[in-house]
Design a protein around this ligand. Sequence first.
Ligand code: NAD
Length: 324
Amino acid sequence: MGYENVEFEKDSVFLVTGGAGFIGSNLCETLLKKGYEVRCLDNLSTGKKENVDMFINIPQYTFINGDVRDLETCIEATKNVDYVLHQAAWGSVPRSIEMPLFYEEVNIKGALNMMEAARQNGVKKFVYASSSSVYGDEPNLPKQEGREGNLLSPYALTKRVNEEYAKLYTKIYGLDTYGLRYFNVFGKRQDPNGAYAAVLPKFITQLLNNEQPIINGDGKQSRDFTYIENVIEANLKACQAPHEVAGEAFNVAYGGREYLIDVYYSLSKALEKDIEPNFGAERAGDIKHSNADISKARNLLGYEPSWSFEQGIEAAIDWYKENL
Ligand code: NAD
């Protein structure tokens, strides 16, 4: 369980793209704690400078302020790197519907540049963030790799294209790629602000500020909310995955299913707030239910998520209370 015993050669070098963001900064923190050299490549577009400043005095940490849309930057950043954890991308389904061309540039071209740079520099493993959105309108639960439906947003399309390129890079060029289909990740440093913020940090901070949160739709949608520590475990274990399973994508979730309305009332209770939510319109591109079958990651990567939704929520609430 967990990743405590996942170790690499002492002089291993990791490149985390999007390392100034929520998931990337948590990956950087764990790798630095384990004593490895970490490079962070980020253009600080949705990421935060404070997520870089917190590590900048650690000798094993280097920050490259650069854009994955620029191939030369990607080639420079991957020199002498053993493992790439590619997280840089723009998230949010509704925002991608508003600006599809931009998503193509950052999420598709950016990922392709990174794969090409990794190939040219002989990187050992290329692990990248995909998303549960690749399941599109496939109605069956739990979501299972190999059973995908029609896509519902440009964001989902960018992630599917990433997976297709990654499969090709493994097949044609022998680059070991592993796609991680994250399901609604939450935890410390996730941005609660802005129109496109994820629902959990938004609810927590609004409740803490005594504001009335808005639930899009009727609240009866369900999600497989996944605590950040489980995502870190999946990334580290993917870096040690065998060559035989390269080119594949894996669900990364806890394997549970929470209804948004229940989550709302549990949060209100935990925060001792008695605020009724407002109900708004459903969001375009959203799916009603999502819950992952994690047996593929369990069997092929040795992924054994050790943080339940409840444990994660408790830790996240503590963090937001201290850091708001
Ligand atoms: P985030 O916005 O906090 O982090 C993304 C980081 O990428 C930011 O620091 C941003 O500045 C950086 N970035 C964006 N465009 C860039 C560019 N052109 N060049 C360099 N850096 C750039 O988002 P996150 O929640 O940490 O997501 C990380 C990855 O996980 C993304 O690929 C996202 O699509 C994927 N993902 C996240 C979730 C989730 O629940 N958070 C779910 C599924 C997939």
